[in-house]
Design a protein around this ligand. Structure first.
Ligand code: CTP
Ligand code: MG
Length: 416
């Protein structure tokens, strides 16, 4: 074990970055940590967040045959973070399970270190504040600290393709990394562990240690599938990567941070008349008007808004999130669609700027109820929605009174 150069004091914290997995679910030709997000790998992005956090020894656990690449990534990230930081980096070879990899990392922790954080390289966009929060909680006396996010989705317990019961999500939290521990506690728990655990908090808890929680971060999502990688690429491209911005600020020769640009998206929807019951359009019920046909209430205005907002955030379209395989949206009205859309986009790190939607229809007549529609849609989406309406001079299917078309444009802003 080598000691760090005396340029900066020996840190009392070690961050073990586990990057030795193969990434089977991602299915890329290279091990997951060495897949590019932009011109930099997942590991390199993860290390930017680590080095932008409080000073720490950094142990990277990599596949044996990738140790050299890991060292290059780590040295570059350390160099960008400031003088002397590269001396704090060690690379070790991982094992066949995550737990074995963490164990290999633990063996490389310097003797004087008090706190050990274990971080998944796959959570590449984790911002430095999360590292700081975990360390502060350890310093305040907790032996084990877990960053968590509230669960947004409605959760059901299921078996054999049937729902058994709803689970109260208020008592649930999604576990993230970096997970922090008093070094002695983690060493002891690893020495005792006989079974495999999904994360270190679970392993330590099985050894009887209380685990405290701190706030996690939406950006700490784990890159597991190709869709997660796409999300990371969009966030990095759109926001210039939070971690990159931070390291550019502390770099001795900083490059200007790329500008954070808003993003637009468009959405269209068409429904034919001929549904059952009353017409629902633009979040309003229209008594006496013919109903539209559709899986939900056929509200073409709401659906066009959903498509536009999702497209702006790069999150697919309405079919991705509200498909006919989701029975809870059968018959649902605009408020349910728009509230869920807002949650999806916010979780992906965007704020919604505004939405403009235009309805093409002979009827209903919007003039008298435009303000009401705008108020309902705005409240449900949590961002200003303006509604305009037009007829098509008798042309096309809307002119012939066969159905309704709606066109929406949305603006979203990366929340950096
Ligand atoms: N990990 C590791 N050693 C292993 C397995 C996983 O260091 N033997 C690391 C991964 O590199 C990743 C983190 O643990 O940063 C979380 O694991 P996961 O997201 O499951 O990554 P993989 O195991 O690589 O992916 P998959 O399960 O899809 O194969
Ligand atoms: Mg795995």
């Amino acid at each position: 074990m080598t000691s760090p150069a005396p340029l900066i004091p020996v840190p009392r914290v070690t961050v073990i970055v586990v990057a030795a997995g193969s990434g089977q679910r991602l299915g890329a030709p290279a091990p997951k940590a060495f897949v590019g997000i932009d011109e930099h790998t997942i590991l390199r992005h993860a290390l930017r967040g680590v080095f932008a956090g409080p000073p720490a020894q950094v142990v990277v656990v990599a596949p044996r045959e990738r140790a050299g690449d890991a060292l290059t990534d780590a040295r570059e990230a350390a160099h960008q973070a400031g003088p002397g930081r590269a001396d704090l980096v060690t690379v070790v070879a991982g094992g066949t399970t995550r737990q074995e990899s963490v164990s290999a990392g633990l063996a490389a922790v310097w003797p004087d270190v008090r706190f050990v954080l274990v971080h998944d390289a796959a959570r590449a966009l984790t911002p430095p504040e999360v590292f700081a929060r975990v360390i502060t909680a350890l310093e305040s006396g907790h032996d084990a600290v877990l960053p968590v996010l509230p669960v947004i989705d409605t959760i059901k317990r299921v078996a054999d393709d049937a729902v058994i019961e709803a689970v109260d999500r208020a008592s649930l939290a999604a576990a993230q990394t970096p997970q922090g521990f008093a070094r002695a506690v983690l060493d002891a728990a690893y020495a005792e562990a006989s079974t495999d655990h999904t994360d270190d908090a679970a392993l330590v808890q099985a050894a009887g240690v209380a685990v405290a929680t701190v706030a996690g971060d939406d950006r700490s999502f784990k890159i597991t599938t190709p869709a997660d990688l796409e999300r990371a690429r969009l966030l990095v491209a759109a926001a210039g990567a939070d971690a990159a911005t931070v390291s550019a600020r502390v770099s001795p020769d900083p490059l200007p941070a790329p500008p954070v640009l808003p993003r637009v998206g468009m959405g269209t929807d068409v429904h034919a008349f001929g549904g059952e019951g009353a017409l629902w359009l633009a979040g309003l019920e229209w008594p006496g008007e013919p109903a539209l046909h559709g899986h939900s209430d056929g509200d073409a205005v709401a659906h066009a808004i959903v498509d536009a907002v999702l497209a702006a955030a790069g999150l697919g379209d309405i079919g991705t999130h509200f498909g006919t395989d989701q029975p809870e949206y059968a018959g649902a009205h605009a408020a349910a669609f728009l509230a869920r859309t807002r949650d999806l986009v916010t979780s992906a790190g965007f704020a919604i700027g505004n939405v403009s939607v235009q309805v093409q229809a002979n009827r209903p007549r919007f003039a008298a109820r435009r303000g009401e529609a705008e108020a309902v849609l705005t409240a449900a989406l949590g961002a200003p929605v303006t509604v305009s309406a037009t007829t098509t001079d008798g042309l096309g299917f809307t002119g012939a009174g066969e159905g309704i078309a709606a066109f929406a444009v949305a603006l979203v802003v990366p929340a950096v």
